[in-house]
Structure formats: C-alpha cells, structure tokens
Design a protein around this ligand. Structure first.
Ligand code: NAP
Length: 262
C-alpha cells in the first residue's frame, strides 16, 4: 500500500472515498474537499490519477491522502483503515463507491469467476469497508475507536431496480445487495450515531462503460432517459455530499435515485 504523504495533519472531518481516483469517486472527493473534509482517496490501479487529484485538492488549500487498497482484499482494507487511524485518528464519513461492471453478456454465458470478482468488489468490498467504518464511528465502542458517530453512503445503481437483462444482471444483483445493506445497516446503527444511505445513479458519463466494452454507452442510452441525456459524475456527487452533510441529519436508510427520471 502506498501513501501520497506521511505528514501528520490537523484534525477536521475525515472521509474515505473508495474508488476515489476516477469518475463519480473523483467528483465526490473534490466536492467533499471543498466542503472542508480531509479526503482519503482510495484506488487500486490508477496511482498517478489519484496522486494528481490529491495534489489539486492540496493546491486549493484542502487535505487529501491517496491510499492504494483493493476493497475486495480484507488484509488490504485493514491496512488502509490502519493508515487512516495513524494519519488522522478519526473517521467521520465513508463513501462506498468502488465498483465494477463486466462485459455485456447473458446469464447463460457468464462464468463463476466473473461473478466472484464482481461480488467480491461490489458487495464484500462495501461490507468490509462499512464494518471497519462502523467500528470507528459507532458510539457503542466509546472511545476505543473514537465513537463520534458518522455517515455512510453506498453506491447502488438504477440497475438494481431495472435488472439489466441481456447486459449484466450479475452487476444488477450485486447492487440489489447494496440496497439491502443500506436499509439494514441503517437500522442496525441508527441509535449509535451513524446514518447510512445510498445513491442509485442512472446512466452517468464515466469510464465504467468502457470497462464493460461499450465506451459510448452513456450517449447511446441517453435517448431512453426521460431527461434525454446522461448524467455527470458531479450530479451524483452532489447527492452523496448532501446525504453525508448535517442538512440530511434525519435521513437514514434511504436510497436516492439520480437517474434523470429513468
Ligand atoms: P469508474 O469511472 O470505472 O471508477 C471506478 C473507481 O473504482 C476507480 O477509482 C477504481 O480505481 C475503483 N475501483 C475499482 N475496483 C476497485 C477495487 N477492487 N478496490 C478499490 N477501488 C476499485 O466508475 P464510476 O462510473 O465512477 O462508478 C462509481 C460507482 O458508481 C460504482 O459503484 C458504480 O457501480 C456506480 N454506478 C455508476 C454508474 C455509471 O453510469 N457510471 C451507474 C450506476 C452506478 P482505479 O482508478 O485504481 O481503477
């Protein structure tokens, strides 16, 4: 695991954005830095992109720390949270954003290896990061981990409601699990100072579509969206930032559609 900086920083609200290097995660990291959070930008492969993002946050007067960790790997996730403990000594918010799709296919063409990779990253990764975040946020543990309360936002997808037949219904099913995680965990920790909510993006213009083999999927699908356009990463980030903020202090267990009406 690599860290973009080893200096100790002054305490302010700290947020971890998984998959914060690109797309919706990068837009969210930038908006949260502007809102005054110290931002931990997690990534797996794109260190240069994460470093550039952290530098631009620092140049604007903010605080950012890039941390490499595969969210599907328990040892790497534990090391990432230990690095956050060492650097900041607190965690106030988590954005469970890291997620993957795979090549467009029918269910009867998919392999078990594909399903395991997708569920390991999209579902186990979110469970793992939520588990470690709850330990640090929950008032249940008193001062053992900090226990100031906090907020979590999980990235679901409109696919969870639509099912994505003929495209990637395994991805849709993984996001259905995220909706259930959001609803259940919110109830589990509501009395411990932690709010848990979700965002269900529709067709958003990011590189994720290229990784699914259809780089121009966002423009291809735009005519099917009631608003007749794809959404931007910034439009999703705005919903995430609001759900984390005190303005949403009585909101928990809900998932907001950011879909242009789809
Ligand atoms: P993206 O542009 O492909 O970016 C994905 C991010 O996740 C990257 O920062 C990537 O890191 C990181 N990542 C991937 N696997 C990881 C792993 N195992 N561990 C840690 N980080 C990992 O994706 P996006 O479009 O911004 O999507 C973000 C979230 O929104 C995902 O959960 C996605 O399912 C959801 N969503 C997106 C759309 C859409 O249309 N774009 C729609 C609905 C839901 P590297 O840079 O290191 O690869």
């Amino acid at each position: 695991m690599k860290s973009s900086s080893d200096q100790k920083v002054a305490p302010k609200k700290v947020v971890l954005v998984t998959g914060g290097s690109r797309g919706i995660g990068a837009a969210t990291s930038l908006q949260l830095a502007k809102a005054g959070y110290a931002v931990v930008v997690n990534y797996t492969a794109s260190q240069a992109t994460a470093d550039k993002l952290c530098e631009s946050i620092a140049l604007a007067g903010g605080t950012a720390l890039g941390l490499q960790a595969d969210v599907a790997d328990e040892a790497q996730v534990l090391a990432m949270f230990a690095a956050i403990d060492a650097k900041f000594g607190r965690l106030d918010a988590l954005v469970n954003n890291a997620g993957v799709v795979d090549m467009t296919a029918r269910l009867d063409e998919m392999s078990v290896a594909r399903w395991k990779r997708m569920f390991d990253i999209n579902v186990i990764g979110s469970l793992l990061c939520a588990r470690e975040a709850v330990k640090r946020m929950s008032t249940r543990y008193g001062q053992k981990y900090g226990g100031r309360g906090g907020a979590i936002v999980n990235l679901s997808s409109a696919a969870a409601k639509i099912g994505s037949p003929g495209q990637y219904l395994d991805y849709a099913a993984s996001k259905g699990a995220i909706d259930t995680l959001t609803m259940g965990l919110a109830k589990e920790v509501a009395a411990e100072g932690i709010r848990v909510n979700g965002v269900r993006p529709g067709i958003i213009d990011t590189d994720i579509h290229a990784s699914g083999g259809i780089p121009d999927r966002a423009s291809q699908m735009a005519p099917q969206v009631p608003m007749r356009r794809a959404g931007s990463a910034d439009e999703v980030a705005s919903a995430i930032v609001w759900l984390l903020s005190d303005a949403a202090s009585y909101v928990t267990g809900t998932t907001i559609d950011v879909t242009g009406g789809r």
